[in-house]
Write a protein that binds this ligand. Structure first.
Ligand code: SF4
Length: 458
């Protein structure tokens, strides 16, 4: 109903975003910080910002997301947030005893120009940071970038603060997973383990934001990468950075700091992107692809072959973050579907080049846009209707207005469960994704045919 007045005519807009296809940088920084064991994220800005960041992540993961705030009021807005952050650091260590406090800035503290390293240094000099504890930071102004760049900035900060050059070489591969679900992070570790490759994932929200109900509240759940492990990432054989937007900056920083070579791969969503990840594990880990991984792949191929007639020729519109959207587009093409609209809110011209390249190779004509919004996405659909939308919860308004099935994927998914427990990366994840797409088509077939066509299918 909200979008009923969206019109078909597309005009150039340079100074207006309507219904953004992204959230703000600190959301991603907070998510990355939660992937460190015994880390308390801290939002340097107003309580309102922090409440929004926490609520987005809490509603998406259905887990209590902890974060502190500098609680800016008018005084901090005028005179700067040094006093607030210094007091916050003292309180946080006294009350919550984290090993790490991960500070991210907000729009307001960036506009004021607060110098976080300088504030942390003076807090250190004043003895407010206990021995063995660390305060790290990332600059995450939200008038540029998105939650994806926020994730990338905080992940890079993990390297800059913790990685120690000259660490004893380990027969191990770093994997930077990107902004994916806790279940996806667990699946990446599963694939590496199945291949016999020792991996270190950072950040790692598995075991933190999918922690089991035990009847006892654990302020710091078992999961997350340990600080002592982060200190040794500079000794790993190589880094696999999954996603050019979310993971490449940290991998580049680690190469610069500790000469660890890296490869940037697509997030392993779908058959081909997972093949490339498995192949990278094989090459870099110097192992053979195991029978168990081959079996996982075989089951996926079997499912796709069995159901290919239902996917063939279907038009799909995709909206979300650049790292998952690229392999998702590729996966849709693998399924013989036609991704005719592919839109991300995160800026980056390389996104358009990559997606256009994939569409061009497949001979599919499509609209591709970066730094765009949901309004534009809706207009594209009005001009060329599709059989399916793949995107986050906010797509439900477009889906209802246009009468198009929606498969929820990406961030945030507020009105469904399962994404935190069931991966969409890897071969097993691709099976789930294919199942969800298939169900959307088959449910529609069951819902909308005339009596004569209402038959048992499959
Ligand atoms: S003011 Fe900036 S940092 Fe705060 S919630 Fe809004 S966009 Fe995010």
């Amino acid at each position: 109903m909200l979008l009923r007045h969206t019109h078909k005519e597309i005009r150039d807009r340079s100074a207006l975003t309507t219904n953004p296809a992204k959230t703000c940088q600190p959301v991603g920084a907070l998510y990355a910080a939660l992937g460190v064991h015994r880390c308390l994220p801290h939002s340097h800005g107003s309580q309102g910002c922090c409440a929004y960041h926490r609520s987005m992540l809490t509603r998406h993961t259905k887990e209590p997301v902890m974060a502190a705030t500098s609680s800016f009021t008018e005084g901090a807005s005028v005179f700067g947030g040094m006093a607030n952050l210094t007091q916050a650091i003292e309180n946080i260590f006294a009350l919550y005893d984290p090993d790490v406090v991960a500070v991210h800035t907000t729009c307001l503290s960036e506009v004021i120009g607060d110098d976080i390293p300088q504030i942390v240094k003076s807090a250190t000099d004043a003895g407010k940071i206990p021995e063995g504890k660390t305060v790290i930071h990332a600059n995450t102004p939200s008038f540029v970038g998105s939650h994806i760049t926020g994730f990338a900035n905080m992940t890079k900060a993990l390297v800059e603060y913790f990685a120690e050059p000259g660490t004893v070489p380990a027969d191990r591969i770093n994997v930077i997973p990107g902004f994916v679900e806790p279940a996806d992070m667990a699946e990446l570790k599963h694939l590496a383990a199945e291949m016999g490759v020792e991996s270190l994932l950072f950040p790692d929200t598995s075991g933190v934001l999918d922690a089991p109900m035990t009847g006892r509240h654990e302020f710091y759940p078992e999961g997350g990468v340990r600080v002592e492990d982060l200190r040794t990432v500079g000794g790993s054989r190589a880094t696999l950075a999954l996603g050019a937007w979310a993971s490449a900056p940290a991998a580049e920083a680690l190469e610069k700091k500790a000469q660890v070579p890296f490869e940037v791969l697509d997030t392993p969503i779908g058959l081909l992107a997972t093949d490339r990840f498995v192949d990278a594990l094989r090459r870099v880990g110097k192992v053979e692809v195991t029978a168990s991984v081959t079996r996982e792949r075989g089951r996926l191929v079997d499912l796709l072959a069995d159901m290919s007639q239902y996917f063939y020729g279907k038009k799909v519109a995709l909206v979300g973050d650049p790292d998952p959207l690229i392999p998702l587009t590729e996966f849709c093409l693998t399924l013989d579907m036609k991704p005719v609209h592919v839109v991300t809110g995160t800026p980056g011209k390389r996104f358009e080049e990559r997606v256009r390249g994939l569409l061009g190779e497949a001979g599919v004509e499509g609209n591709v846009a970066q730094a765009s919004d949901m309004f534009h996405f809706h207009q594209l659909i009005k001009n060329e209707p599709v059989d399916l939308i793949i995107g986050n919860t906010y797509c439900k308004y477009i889906a209802r207005d246009e009468g198009i099935p929606l498969v929820r994927h990406g961030f945030p998914v507020l009105d469904r469960v399962g994404h935190q427990f069931f991966p969409t990366v890897g071969y097993r994840g691709a099976m789930r994704l294919a199942e969800k797409i298939l169900d959307a088509f088959l449910d529609r077939i069951d819902r909308e045919p005339d009596e004569a066509a209402f038959e048992l299918v499959l």
